[in-house]
Design a protein around this ligand. Sequence first.
Ligand code: PLP
Length: 427
Amino acid sequence: MSAVSAADPAAIDPAAIDLAAIGAMDKADPLSAFRARFVLPEGVIYLDGNSLGAASSAALAELGKAAGQEWSHDLIRAWNSAGWFDMPLRLGDRIGRLVGAAEGQVVVTDTTSINIYKALHAALAMRPGRSVIVAEGGSFPTDLYMAEGVVSSRPGTSLKLEGVDAPTIEDLIDDSVAVVLVNHVNYKTGELRDMAALTRRIHEAGAMAVWDLCHSAGALPVELDAVGADFAVGCTYKYLNGGPGAPAFIYAARRHHDDIVQPLSGWWGHARPFAMERGYAGASGIQRFQCGTQPVLSMRALKGALDIWDEVDMTALREKSLALTDLFIALVEARCGQYGVSLETTRDRARRGSQVSFAHANAYEVMQALIERGVIGDFRAPATLRFGFTPLYTSYRDVWDAVGILEEILSSGIWKEPRFAVRAAVT
Ligand SMILES: *Cc1c(COP(=O)(O)O)cnc(C)c1O
């Protein structure tokens, strides 16, 4: 197989890759035109779109319009005239297209943490007589913090963890389990779960599945309806590029809508919010998952970002994502392997998200040195160098250049300089 059309890292011959080959890959890239829609600083190779996606001109234009015209001029009228009030549902439907959900099942609202709380609570209420929540010991921590919060507010409920109470999630599933909360892609290792198979297994045991899509929405095709998922949650500020603090989304399969108990029963989830009724009556449908007034400016940036996503073919996106991560793995192993980096992400394409993690004993210092040289990835404790690959604005040339800079940093040992050991609050 040629270097250019390699199907996995092992099939790439790093010695056969040079700038000409990289140039050919970029030239053949069907997604390359999207790069110009983003505003990235000169001299930066941005490999952290899995933490905070890049700004797009469309998102910035929406922000400007919402603040400069609608808020400044239309004022309160804009809730109706500019469609602010319905925006959570309209944006939810557009995200639905990216995660395989038919209309009316996704709403943009609150944060992923809060949406986890709502989904777990709803799922538990639908499985009376069952008391166990199953999750992953290696989960993104907030998922577990929120699950613990649910447990503390529902006497008799308990949390069992993969890697703590049993080796795998499958081992923990039995008829005491009400709900399984699971990350589609692990935030640290990039491991991708088989959503169809695990959802089937969860349903066979009579339990509900809550999928956390933070690292798969906008990173790869997701088929919530087709696999029969019950609930799902996810971020919009990572691969979806909605902007810092953009609100999250929540999905509930239509077959559950009449049975959903919303524990955060605020007025935006009421059937008639402006009737100002004394009693709570949950809205029918997914809007029941709203709680209070939504962040309109943040949603407008997300709207701009989704205008771009409307044009994206998710199959082409996945193909490029895998090609970028294959290339990065092959080049780093060939050129930096002797300096103590070891791959933490699987080589198996079927189980890989859109990120690559390498362990290094001094990962923090190495990442700080990379960032000083303009290669922005991130560090995850205790010893992980994490690189996210966002096919809409990352080129094969970016991968090539980033590996060259990593090689220089490791071979020169410049990362040992004391300034790289200073820790900031956000890593
Ligand atoms: C990023 C991320 C979150 C973030 O939750 P917020 O409440 O939006 O801060 C939650 N879960 C996972 C798996 C994540 O990757």
